[in-house]
Design a protein around this ligand. Sequence first.
Ligand code: PLP
Length: 637
Amino acid sequence: AALYRVDGWGAPYFTVNSSGNISIRPHGVGTLAHQEIDLLKVVRKVSEPKSSGGLGLQLPLIVRFPDVLKNRLESLQSAFNFAIQSHGYEAHYQGVYPVKCNQDRYVVEDIVEFGSGFRFGLEAGSKPELLLAMSCLCKGSPEAFLVCNGFKDAEYVSLALVARKLHLNTVIVLEQEEELDFVIDISQKLGVRPVIGVRAKLRTKHSGHFGSTSGEKGKFGLTTIQILRVVKKLKQYEMLDCLQLLHFHIGSQIPSTALLADGVGEAAQIYCELLRLGACVKVIDIGGGLGIDYDGSKSQDSDISVGYSLEEYASAVVQAVQLVCDRKGVKHPVLCSESGRAVVSHHSILLFEAVSASSYQSSPMSFNGLQDLVERLPNDVLADYRNLSAAAVHGEKDNCLLYAEQLKQRCVEQFKEGSLGIEQLAEVDGLCELVSKAIGVSDPVRTYHVNLSVFTSIPDFWGIGQLFPIIPIHRLDECPAVRGILSDLTCDSDGKIDKFIGGESSLPLHELEGNGCINGDGGSYYLGMFLGGAYEEALGGVHNLFGGPSVVRVSQRNGPHNFAVTHAAPGPSCSDLLRMMHFEPHLMFETLKHRAEELANNGNDDSNGCMALASGLARYFDNMPYLVAASSCSLTA
Ligand code: PLP
C-alpha cells in the first residue's frame, strides 16, 4: 500500500485488505469491516462467463459505487453545514452538480436522489445537458437550483424558460452580454418572469493549469463594464428584480484556501455592489474548483493535489463571504457551489488487464552464431567488434557502450547496403544487449501491454498530462519484481502511460503469471485507474475505433455476498462504433454475406465453408473491439 501511496490518495474509500487486494470502503470513514468490498471479487463476478455464474462482461470495465457518490455528496453538504453553524453564518448552502463532469444517466439520477433531502440541484452548460437536467430534476427537490451556464442562443434561452414554466427552479446565468436580449425578448413572449444570474470575470487569477478560465482575459463571464450595462438594461425593462444570482468560476483544482478566499471575497464585494444598485441578489454561486488530491501529497504547489480538506474549503468560503457582507451590513446570501470533480471523481474505477509484457531477455547467443557473425563481418566492422571484446575483457564500461553502439551502427549500414543478412543483424543486436546487461546498463523498465485505449478512457493523460493513481488491484501482498510502463492497444505512439504519481516514470509491477499473454495459461493481471470519475468518460474519443468500457454499478449489501451488481452494460460493440462513423453495419454485413454466397454459388470455393463464413460474420459486429482470449473466441472459417 505504501509503495503505491494508497493511504494518501485513497482515504477514506480505498484500502488494501489482508488478501493483498484493493477494498472499497463504500461509506467512507463510517464503513464497517464486513461492508468493505473486495474489488477483485467484483471483477471476477462481472467478467466470469455466464455459465460459471458471472455476468460475462468484457474488460475494460468501469465499476461505479453509488454508495461512494452518496458519501461524497453528504460529506460536501456536512462540511458546509458545519462551517455555517460554527461561524454563525445566517443563510444555508445549496449546491449543484455540473453534469459536464459525468453525464451518465445513473450518476445524475443518483445525485438528484441522494441530494434531494438538502435541495441539491444540477448545472447544465449546453442544450442536451439542460434537457437531461430538466428531466432528472423533476424527481428532485422543488427548491433545487437548475443553473444554466454556457454560451446560449435563443433556443437555449427558451428551453431554460420552459424549465421555469415547469416549476423547476431555473436560473439563466449570463455568460455573454448579448444573451440578455434573448432573455428579455423570449421571456416576454412566453410570459415567464426569468430568474437571472451574471457570471463575473473576477480579477483574482488562479495560476495552475486550470486557471486559464480566470482573470480579466479569461474565456468566460462579464467584465465590470458589462455587468453595469446589464444592470442598466434590466432597470430600463423593469426587470432588475430578476437578477438574483452572482456566479463566478476561477478554474478547477483551486490549489489553496488563500486563493479561494481571495476570489470569494472579490465576488462578495460585487454581490454587495449589485445589491446597492438595486438588484435582488440572494445567491452567490462560487462555481467549481474544489480540488482532488490525486497523488496524496496534500500539496498546494501541484496541479494534481490540493492543500486543504473539504471542511477547510467550506470554512474558507463561509468566512470570506461573511466578512465582506458583515462589513457592508448586507444580509448573508445563500451559498451555492458547482463542485463536479470533488463529487464524482472517487465513485468509479476503471479496470483493465495487462495482456503481455515485453521481455528484454535476448535469445542466448550461440557460439556458432557468434563465429558465423565474426566471419561475415567486413574488416572495418571487425575492428569495432575486436575493440568491443577488448573493452569487455578489461571491464571498461564506457568503451563497451561506445564500441557496441559503433558496431551496431556499422552493421545497420551494411544491412542497408545488402551485405549483411538479417540473421547476422539479429546476432549483433543480441550481442549488444548481452553486453549492456553484463555491464549493468540495460534498461530495466519493461513495457506492459494493456487491453485499453488511453485516448478513450484516460483522455486527460494524453491531452493535458494529468496523472491519476494507477495500480494493480491485487497481489499487493507480493513485492513487485519489475518496473514497467503501460502501452495501450492503439496504433499510436502517444497511447502509452509513462508518467505516474509521485514523479515516477515507471510503475512497480508484478511479473505476469504463465507466459503473461492474453492467450496464455497464466492468471489475469488487473490494474485500476482511480479517481477518474469526473471528465474522463465524456472527453474520451474513439481513436482506432476503440469505444468505452463495459460499465457496472455495484452497491454494498449486508450478507455473505456483501455487494450486488445493480446495473450492467457491455461497452459499445464494433457495430456501435462503425455507426458513429456513419457506416451502416447491417448493410456491411449484407455486402459481406452476399460476397460469401456468390463464391459458394459459383462453386469457386468450398460452398459449405462459405456459408458458414457468412453466418458467422454477425458475431464480429456484435463484439466489443478489445482483445479477447483465444479460448473465448470460436473461430469461423
Ligand atoms: N462550473 C463551471 C462553470 C465550470 O466551468 C466547471 C469546470 O470547469 C465546474 C463548475 C466544475 O468544476 P470542478 O470540477 O472543479 O468542480
